[in-house]
Write a protein that binds this ligand. Structure first.
Ligand SMILES: C[S@@+](CC[C@H](N)C(=O)[O-])C[C@H]1O[C@@H](n2cnc3c(N)ncnc32)[C@H](O)[C@@H]1O
Length: 212
């Protein structure tokens, strides 16, 4: 069974200069709660499945990346090493921490109280040109919203940095994002108009009905 919906297949000149990804990291097989209003579920509360690192690594992100492109990748602090391995497996070289999101709330941690999430940046070839703003700040201070939802401010900052590059969000939960292509289980397939998530749900329902 396919683990992922098909990625777009852009012509070489249409490959993306900016790829922004927030993967469903696997935390020992637990379902992650996607929160209200998520994806194409019409406002229903649902959970999304997580994907193991080895499977995430199989996603052919290099096939959609321009020769000169950047990958912005959300990571969780305890799994930072996995995020760096994933960026490299997708064909990018590790660059630096692009954004630190201060969630304005603390959570207990084994060492210090945790409060921040990191968005890493990786590079393939050169930094894409032309560039936009060069004074974009690393620290984003925004309150948390739904579970795992990242602040839109990060997308806006990337747009200011690279206004002219083609951009795609991978593992997107919002289907329409002006100026961005989107891909993920919640995003409808252009031909069928149906999402990977809908098809998986229906497959499960059929299996349950058949008692398998
Ligand atoms: C961490 S969330 C992304 C949250 C999003 N960045 C936001 O700010 O709302 C990961 C997303 O990956 C999606 N997902 C889970 N399994 C997937 C798969 N096999 N293929 C594509 N997308 C998947 C889930 O639906 C979930 O919305």
């Amino acid at each position: 069974m396919d683990k992922f919906p098909p990625l777009p297949a852009p012509a070489p000149d249409d490959r993306y200069g900016v790829i922004y990804a927030d993967p469903p990291w696997d935390y020992r097989g637990q379902l992650q709660h996607a929160g209200p209003g998520s994806g194409d579920s019409g406002g229903a509360i649902r959970h999304y499945p997580t994907v193991r690192l080895n499977d995430l690594m199989q996603l052919n992100v290099a096939s959609i990346a321009a020769d000169d492109s950047l990958l912005f990748l959300w990571a969780t602090s305890p799994h930072l090493d996995q995020a760096i391995d994933l960026g490299k497996a997708w064909g990018f070289a590790w660059a630096t921490v692009a954004f630190v999101w201060d969630k304005q709330r603390v959570n207990p941690g084994f060492y210090t109280m945790s409060q921040c999430e990191l968005c890493l940046v990786f590079k393939r070839g050169r930094i894409p040109a032309p560039r936009g703003a060069r004074n974009v700040r690393q620290l984003v201070s925004e309150p948390r919203a739904d579970h795992s939802r990242k602040p839109s401010e990060v997308r806006r900052r990337i747009e200011r940095m690279f206004p002219e590059q083609r951009k795609i969000e991978l593992f997107a939960r919002e289907i329409e994002i002006p100026g961005w292509d989107t891909w993920g289980e919640a995003v409808a397939h252009p031909q069928t108009g149906r999402s990977f998530w809908q098809e998986r749900q229906e497959r499960q329902e059929r299996q349950e009905a058949a008692g398998t």
